[in-house]
Design a protein around this ligand. Structure first.
Ligand code: DGJ
Length: 747
């Protein structure tokens, strides 16, 4: 709920309050964000205190405003030139190069948006020029989320060039915070980093043309003492798939400023009279119960308010993907034989990955030509789709529609459609080039080619994008708008395709997780988080993502051992256990496996189906763990909690049990914990387990325990193998091992 009272604005969600007010100079100032405070609490003015601090060498606002130091105030949106020398939310130039603005409050409007959410727009205007700034705040009360966006409008006769424009600016009164970010590179996306903030500016951004695997736009501010369960945490994300820029500044007066924007790198948006620029929406949430509550807010919000609505709450099919099974070695026979095996094991969707079209026999050629290769698929796509459908499987296809190879019919016909600078040899990534989507004829071609492919009975698309932008140039607009216009054009193609094919599911992918962001989540149903499918690596990547994204949008595959990226060997059941925490798929040659391994997979697929709603639509939370070597994950569905223990290395002779604590257990209830007893294929990975029958227990093991115990001290899990004492029922986890429990209330 939003309360507008004279000069103050109070945004209440279920467990948070956000306050701002207009001061006597009509500046919009930030007052408070945190646990709920009533809008009429006595002494609100003492939250901030009077403007009575005099900064010796400071610039004060004007002669009659001696203690108005904008550089030391908490503002809602800052601009340069009137004393605030911190990072600005907006930098825009008049014709003559001036950049000074002084935005003051003029009015506000409180509305309900299409989703029934309160929506406040506060309008500001420069004191002397007809340049208007609108700040919009939308409330998602039940998820404790506020979204923010901004719009600038030029009503001057002269042109205005916007160079920096933030969606969100957020000032905090102290800087005793740490910054949590998700950083990485190809195949090692999303490592969580946590750093102390010191005076100065940190920029976390992407200049790759996409939101990037280098720095995800999701991040958080946390107190030093904050952990998964306790402490303050403020989370942010940007609903944008292009270059982003997050700036975090600690001022000389130990105030903290956070700014989330479309990147100002290569950005200059010229506004003629009557024109405006609308920022993408940014998201913020506050938790007073650590990172789990922050993650809970983000998961619920994304699922309910951002995720592509038609399928957001639908169950996703279990897929088999051809990439790591056959790579480019595609033939109708091979695909059909893989599909038959998959169907027999209970799979629901076959995804034909790269290599099915044009000249595409390797990654140097073919992109841009979206016609099936009849040498490889003599019955065409339609013939293949029909046969796959006849097996009871849905049929999915890989596309990389934004790119072109030089060795392609498309490039031969339209060399000018490639993004490159006239007269300059273009740089290249994976032998491919961007198509200039800012040109209408190019985006129309892309749209039509996708429609042509989908007309062949396709139920699912994996939409890939495998390089970063270089040679910034476009013919469809001013190149200083390229990074934004490219994404706007991409969004419009996706929207048109989805409208034309409403029944088709979409997965976004960009060399793995190079474009894993809320812009994509809002347009496609699930996303490929990383090309790294190694279970141990995935534990880190997925756990980072769960802080900001729900499992329903994270695709996770079981792949081969040794893993194709890390060369690490791991057990099939462990690979499955980690991949369960998301939308499950497999990406390996099922036919190269032993009968026994295929039987394990059939049992895994059946288990996932039984618990699919929990895995895909449940609420992820971290559980306490005694060491960094061991993690406990949980996912809570309607009627069950699934717990996963993972460990990096097997420790010998620790003399302790691993302890399972579920802090959110219902203390009035009694729970049954059933261990998912893994099937142990004789693959020779575990030396002690030469005779697996010694260890295996056929029946599920059950522990009955009160919620009070689970919630407080927790339970000691049965012993793990720690060097001695092989006996039936011992938990054999080994290096990179896992162990799973299904927890249900029994009364
Ligand atoms: C990169 C993707 O991330 C992979 O999963 C696969 O689809 C390849 N591209 C195919 O070229």
């Amino acid at each position: 709920m939003i309360i507008c009272n004279n000069d103050s604005f109070v945004i209440n969600t279920k467990s948070t309050t956000y306050m701002m007010y207009v001061d006597k100079y009509k500046h919009l100032r930030h007052l408070y964000y945190g646990s709920p405070i009533p809008h009429d609490a006595v002494g609100l003015e003492w939250i901030e205190g009077p403007d009575d601090i005099f900064i010796g060498d400071g610039t004060y606002y004007r002669e009659d405003a001696e203690s108005c130091f904008l550089a030391n105030q908490l503002l809602e949106y800052s601009s340069p030139g009137k004393g605030d020398t911190r990072e600005s939310a907006i930098i825009a130039e008049y014709d003559d190069g001036q950049i000074t603005f002084d935005f003051v409050y003029i009015d506000h409007e409180l509305l309900r948006d299409g989703q029934g959410r309160d929506c406040l727009t506060i309008r500001l205007k420069d004191t002397i020029k007809p340049v208007f700034l609108s700040l919009t705040y939308k409330v998602c009360e039940e998820y404790d989320v506020i979204t923010r966006s901004a719009k600038i409008e030029n009503q001057m006769d002269e042109e205005l060039t916007v160079r920096t424009f933030s969606s969100l600016m957020f000032d905090l009164p102290d800087a005793d915070w740490q910054l949590v970010t998700l950083d990485g590179a190809w195949a090692r996306e999303c490592t969580t980093h946590r750093r102390k903030l010191e005076p100065g500016i940190i920029t976390i951004d992407s200049k790759l043309g996409s939101s990037s695997c280098e720095h995800n736009p999701a991040m958080a501010l946390v107190r030093v003492e904050t952990d998964a369960f306790h402490g303050d945490a403020i989370g942010f994300n940007l609903i944008w798939s292009g270059n982003h820029q997050d700036r975090i500044e600690v001022s000389p007066f130990s105030k903290l400023r956070f700014l989330s924007s479309v990147n100002s790198f290569g950005f200059a948006w010229k506004l003629a009279k009557g024109e405006g620029f609308q920022s993408p929406e940014a998201v913020m949430t506050y938790s007073d119960r650590g990172l789990n509550k922050l993650s809970e807010n983000m998961q619920r919000f994304v699922r309910n308010c951002v995720a592509y609505a038609p399928f957001a709450k639908e169950d996703r099919p279990i897929l088999i993907n051809s990439w790591e099974a056959v790579y480019f070695d595609i033939s109708h026979e091979k695909i059909m034989s893989l599909a038959k095996t998959a169907a027999a094991l209970g799979f629901e969707l076959f995804v034909l990955d790269d290599g099915w079209f044009g000249r595409r026999t390797d990654d140097t050629r073919g992109l841009g030509d979206w016609d099936e290769n009849f040498d490889r698929l003599p019955k065409g796509l339609k013939g293949l789709a029909d046969e796959i459908h006849a097996l009871g499987l849905k049929f999915g296809i890989w596309l990389e529609p934004e790119m072109v190879n030089e060795d392609s019919a498309l490039f031969e016909q339209h060399p000018g459609w490639r993004m490159s600078i006239p007269g300059r040899t273009p740089s290249v990534g994976r032998h491919e080039y961007f198509l200039d989507l800012t040109r209408k004829e190019v985006s129309d071609y892309v749209y039509q080619s996708i429609c042509k492919v989908l007309g062949n009975g396709v139920d699912y698309v994996k939409w890939d994008m495998n390089r970063n932008m270089s040679d910034y140039y476009c013919a469809g607009c001013d190149t200083s708008q390229l990074f934004v216009k490219y994404i706007q054009s991409l969004y419009s193609i996706i929207d048109r395709v989805r409208e034309a094919f409403p029944g088709v599911l979409f997965e976004f992918c960009s060399s793995g997780g190079n474009r894993f962001d809320l812009g994509m989540v809002g347009r496609m149903d699930q996303g490929w988080a990383s090309d790294n499918t190694d279970a141990l690596s995935r534990v880190g990547i997925q756990q980072s993502l769960y802080q900001f994204y729900p499992t329903s949008v994270i695709s996770c595959h079981v792949s081969d051992s040794p893993n194709h990226q890390t060369l690490r060997r791991s057990w099939l059941e462990d690979r499955f256990a980690v991949a369960c925490f998301g939308v499950l798929g497999y990406e390996l040659d099922l036919e190269a496996l032993s009968e026994e391994e295929r039987a394990v997979i059939a049992r895994q697929v059946a288990f996932y189906k039984e618990h699919r709603r929990t895995f895909q639509h449940g609420l992820f939370r971290l559980l306490p763990s005694r060491s960094d070597n061991i993690r406990f994950w949980s996912i809570e569905g309607d009627d069950e909690i699934i717990v996963l223990e993972t460990q990096v290395l097997n420790e010998v002779n620790t003399g302790t049990h691993d302890r399972l604590i579920i802090p959110f257990a219902d203390e009035a209830a009694t729970y049954s914990l059933k261990r998912r007893v893994p099937m142990l294929p004789a693959d020779g990975i575990r030396p002690i387990a030469k005779d697996y029958s010694v260890l295996a227990k056929e029946e599920e093991e059950e522990i009955i325990v009160s919620g009070k115990i689970l919630k407080t001290c927790g339970i000691a899990l049965p012993a793990k193998f720690m060097g001695r004492g092989v006996r039936p029922g011992i938990r054999v986890m080994g290096d990179f091992g896992t162990d799973m429990y299904v927890v249900r209330k029994i009364d």
